[in-house]
Design a protein around this ligand. Sequence first.
Ligand SMILES: [Zn+2]
Ligand SMILES: [Zn+2]
Length: 142
Amino acid sequence: MAYTGSCACGAVRVEIASPALAARQCWCSHCQKLAGGGPMHNAFFRTDDIILTGELASNSYIADSGTEIRWYFCPACATHVFAGADIRPHMRAVRIGIFDRPHDLKPEMAIWTQEAPAWAAIDPALEQYPAAPPPPPALPQS
Ligand SMILES: [Zn+2]
Ligand SMILES: [Zn+2]
């Protein structure tokens, strides 16, 4: 399946022709701030497979796992497009909300659930980790 998506104002567009490596829901406190109160939803793709149109701004923070995470957003409307870590430059965590529907992306794992608010309804069908999970599957070397 090929994926297309955009920020809320349409100034930034992405096109991805390859399948996602993983999809996750993150309840860490940083993600809750950035997502406005709920979890952040990410689908992981190879950086090289993402075709981007438009300008992105970025900022960074140190995640609860200790890794510096840089997130990229539309400077006009502030919609998150993707995030990435310098230690994994070959991979981007693309925000699932940007994708044009219909698409088949959905979280298969909930992580940092120990930081979820008491009212959070986490699907018991999802694989769950109270804190940092193992990293997404390693990419084939090429
Ligand atoms: Zn925008
Ligand atoms: Zn998080």
